[in-house]
Design a protein around this ligand. Structure first.
Ligand code: SAH
Ligand code: SF4
Ligand code: F3S
Length: 472
């Protein structure tokens, strides 16, 4: 249940923040400008929409360009070390700017801030940062900003968990026609390499009615595609009263009138049920795409990773999915260079890639995350070895996506138009149910609508097509 008192309190802080922005506006002769820079996954992107909702309600103008902002907020990720390095790069630039413009305010939030070592580093070496908060108290953003503007010293407020649900605060969506919707938070899987359970806390599912109500509101507001978000959507419902499963939730979401497309992320292979495959296959709205992270193909590595499936069970699952939906697009995540991984292990990964023939795969070099079990292993891989193995995996991925991309050439598909093409203003870019993109002649007024498009030519990861205007 939502904590109504807390919600009320945060609305009061938004009012106080409005007074602060009014004062800033009269000082600057214009509205203060805020930039929220987002790293990481869809969850962070959704969180940033919540942050944007609050600053915009409080009277800030928003910009994507942090160099012109009076308030810069970094919503950070820490899943791999390069995400952390990126943040420190940005902070270096801002430090110089803040010396010139002392009124500049800088706030940090998100997953990386849930790490003790990061907090120590920031409080010691990045004193020019004004506010630091984490993933659990993000709903207190308005209050934290008020405290920041009323104080001269660095504020660090990190919680290690939360039981409160405060979800009816303002949200400013990036896209009018599509939206992410959290169906659960946190993760309980503790894959041995992964830091997410430590920085996002325990798995918590939202009540189905709350989710449905949120989607209905979004649809009333013009949204036609939703992406249901969770680290492991297939275990949705655990811990809730009643018998709701992810498949059951999808059945309910399907019924929402006016909603055209449903996507979800991420589906953990160990919990993917037959019921889910059935629901997907018989659905009119669930997109023909599943992201099914493999991570590794070797049973030995999978066991050590604590993924709780084997190469064989993964392949069987993919077969079941393909039998039910022969045209489905399958994408995945792969980690190369896990401690102790050998050439023979990587061969197993490549074998799975070839057998599944993924439409696309995100391939990551293993990154050691302090505090995870895999980080404590002594057999961390050699950098050059990993690079070689990474290239082998990547070329297998490319071979398959080349086969897959192009398979739809000649067919007519529905595309949800997302934007005007960046290269050519006479073209628009649409997303197919399969998650691949198509460019075709069209103008901005098509954005947000679903258009039938004939796919004429495959180019790498996208198609060139033409709108089918009158199909009789
Ligand atoms: N919950 C999702 C994954 C979320 S993290 C799932 O279990 O499938 C997104 C991806 O980042 C993971 O699928 C994994 O491939 C990658 N990843 C996570 N930790 C990593 C690490 N320490 N090094 C390299 N890649 C990692
Ligand atoms: Fe990380 Fe595994 Fe949880 Fe995914 S399921 S977020 S990889 S611990
Ligand atoms: Fe990164 Fe946090 Fe997502 S660590 S991948 S932003 S859950």
């Amino acid at each position: 249940m939502e904590n109504k008192e807390e919600l009320q309190l945060q609305f009061e802080y938004i009012e106080r923040l409005k007074k602060i922005t009014e004062n800033l506006a009269s000082k600057y002769g214009r509205k203060p400008i805020c930039a929220i820079v987002t790293f990481g996954c869809q969850m962070n992107a959704r969180d940033s929409e919540k942050l944007n909702g609050i600053v915009s309600e409080a009277g800030f103008d928003l910009t994507e360009d942090e160099s012109g902002a009076d308030l810069v907020i970094y919503n950070t990720c820490t899943v791999r070390d390069n995400a952390n390095q990126k943040l420190y790069g940005h902070l270096g630039t801002l430090k110089a700017r803040k010396k010139k413009i002392p009124t500049l305010r800088i706030a940090l939030c998100g997953c990386m801030m849930q790490e003790q070592s990061v907090i120590e580093n920031i409080s010691k070496n990045y004193k020019f940062v004004d506010l630091v908060f984490g993933t659990h108290n993000i709903y207190k953003f308005a209050e934290l900003l008020v405290r920041m503007y009323e104080s001269d010293s660095q504020i660090i407020d990190i919680w290690d968990k939360t039981d409160d649900i405060v979800e009816s605060l303002p949200v400013l969506r990036k896209y009018p026609y599509k939206s992410g919707v959290n169906i659960m938070f946190g993760c309980d899987n503790f894959c041995s390499y992964c830091i997410v359970p430590y920085v996002r806390g325990r798995e918590r599912s939202r009540e189905p009615l709350e989710i449905i109500r949120e989607i209905e509101k979004l649809v009333a507001d013009g949204v036609i595609e939703v992406m249901l978000l969770g680290q492991n959507v297939n275990s949705y419902g655990k811990g809730l009263s009643g018998d709701i499963t992810f498949a059951g939730l999808l059945r309910e979401v399907e019924k929402i009138e006016g909603l055209k497309r449903i996507r979800f992320m991420t589906s953990h292979p160990k919990d993917l049920s037959d019921e889910l495959i059935e629901v997907m296959a018989s659905s009119e709205k669930i997109c023909r795409h599943i992201h099914l992270p493999l991570q590794a193909g070797s049973d030995r590595i999978l066991k050590d990773m604590n993924r709780r499936y084997t190469k064989e069970s993964y392949l069987k699952l993919v077969d079941k999915i393909k039998v039910a939906m022969p045209d489905i697009a399958i994408t995945t995540d792969i980690i190369v260079g896990y401690p102790g991984e050998t050439v023979a292990d990587v061969d197993e990964t490549i074998d799975v890639i070839r057998k599944v023939c993924y439409d696309n795969a995100f391939t990551f070099i293993y990154s050691k995350r302090t505090g995870t079990p895999a980080a404590a292993r002594e057999d961390q891989a050699d950098e050059n070895f990993v690079k070689e193995q990474f290239d082998r995996v990547l070329s297998a991925v490319r071979e398959c996506s080349a086969i897959k991309n192009g398979a739809l050439t000649g067919s007519v598909q529905e595309a949800l138009v997302e934007s005007v093409s960046e290269q050519d203003p006479t073209m628009v870019t649409g997303r197919l149910s399969y998650n691949s993109m198509v460019h075709f002649k069209g103008s901005a007024d098509l954005i947000g609508s679903i258009v039938p498009v004939r796919l004429i030519q495959a180019k790498g990861f996208y198609y060139i097509g033409e709108e089918v205007k009158d199909e009789h």
